[in-house]
Design a protein. Sequence first.
Length: 112
Amino acid sequence: MATISSTFDIVWTGTLSGAAVTITNPGRAFSVVGMTAAGGNSGTLTLTRSGVGGNVAVVSATTAVPSPEGVITPANIEFTSAQNLVITAAGAAFTRAVITCQAASAPELAES
């Protein structure tokens, strides 16, 4: 089976250090396919789902420049339309997070 699905980014900007911030779900179900962060020299930025245990993604930054792609936990990537995103910073101040998402309902493509 082949499917096609659009991706979209949820972008958070601000200053986050040693705390968490909740990003309200845009009202749709989706899966997280990637996360990057900026700031956070020698810190860790963790993405979780509100009300559900387990990390969705973790970015470990070794410099204050945009970090490499975070580590995704496949078992935890799906969000319902009612689950909010929670990002938590530890060890440093983060200034930006880009969470790349994929629509949950992907149309099936014809195969020949």
